[in-house]
Ligand binder design. Structure first.
Ligand code: GCU
Length: 330
């Protein structure tokens, strides 16, 4: 009798336990995504969107955790970590890409694209696809192109003309190609990762830097370098990519998920481009209302900026000259 009672109690306890336990939703694969922009910025919002799409389309079997604000490191180190499988996905500026795929520097030739439409014709066409495939030689899989608008110069003290830049120290990305541009302006380049620019400006280690409206605003650089010169030297896109190792991990869960990643990446890029338009306008408004001095260049002054950097188009072999021509004619 006692034994029976014991069994009944045991069953009841087990049943209660089962009913009380919440269903745990454990993905088969958790992947990491790095971005050096803060939460709420168009690129990181698009990264979350990408993560949500992938989770939905793989029925929760793959989850992507987004690390914003450079939490996983600066862009050079992030790229290396993606190559070696420590990070699975990332979004970086094409300025950094040149350090791994020197050929891609051609995309950051100053004044290469006449406007945004021209850039998208190139990146969404054959040339953009060719670059996404070429990147595979560096151990990463190119997924999509993000918008990052046009970049302008900003400084701690007033700058209105090319001559005003002479002798100034201007921060550039960790890119010798960008350093060359600044030298041609008659200034001294200093390569500093994005995360170090604010304090370098604040302490006066550098006189200025260059970036698009949303970066100038979200980084707070406008508060320490309030002179923004609209020279629009670069229209520098950004790239979203995956490690080959990450893609292998995805394939191991389900062969068809590789396509899911590719599709969701394209979808997230479309979303980023929409967000970019809104953020660019909002950042510009905020910066102007803060009282920053925004200088438009006269056509004559704009020409001086263009002429100064013409040597960047020289010295290329026939293959690259051909590519530049194709870009120009797109
Ligand atoms: C932009 C870009 C960043 C990049 C930065 C830079 O803000 O979005 O990815 O790091 O430029 O100038 O370093």
């Amino acid at each position: 009798m006692r034994k029976k009672l014991f069994l009944v109690l045991l069953c009841a306890l087990l049943l209660c336990g089962c009913a009380g336990r919440e269903e745990v939703d454990v993905p088969e694969l958790i992947l990491r995504y790095a971005d050096n922009q803060p939460e709420g910025y168009p690129t990181t919002l698009a990264a979350h969107y990408f993560a949500d799409l992938v989770e939905e389309e793989t029925d929760g079997r793959i989850r992507i955790r987004v690390f914003a604000d450079g939490e996983l490191g600066d862009e050079i180190s992030v790229y290396q970590q993606v190559q070696f499988g420590g990070i699975d996905f990332a979004r970086i500026s094409v300025g950094t890409l040149g350090e791994f795929l020197p050929e891609s520097d051609v995309l950051q030739l100053p004044y290469l694209f006449t406007d945004a439409e021209h850039m998208w014709r190139v990146l969404d066409g054959e040339i953009g696809d060719e670059f996404l495939s070429k990147i595979e030689s560096t151990g990463v899989h190119g997924l999509s192109w993000f918008d990052a608008g046009a970049r302008n110069i900003y400084t701690r003290t007033p700058v209105h003309t090319l001559e005003d830049l002479s002798g100034m120290t201007i921060r550039v990305q960790e890119s010798d190609f960008m350093s060359r541009l600044v030298e041609l302006w008659g200034a001294t380049p200093v390569q500093i990762p994005y995360s170090g620019v604010y304090s370098a400006l604040q302490t006066g280690k550098i006189d200025g830097a260059e970036n698009n409206w949303p970066s100038y605003e979200s980084s707070g650089h406008f508060t320490v370098a309030p002179y923004y010169l609209l020279d629009q030297h670069f229209r520098l896109p950004e790239i979203q990519f995956a490690g080959e190792i990450a893609m292998e991990k995805v394939r191991a869960v389900d062969e068809s998920y590789v396509d899911v990643i590719l599709r969701c990446a394209k979808e997230s890029a479309r979303y980023e481009r929409e967000l970019w338009q809104e953020r660019e306008a909002a950042s510009e408004e905020l910066i102007r209302s803060h009282g920053c001095v925004v200088t438009e260049l006269s056509p004559a002054e704009q020409k001086k900026f263009r002429d100064a950097v013409q040597p960047m188009y020289e010295g290329y072999g026939p293959e690259m000259r051909d590519l530049i021509e194709r870009i120009r004619n797109s």
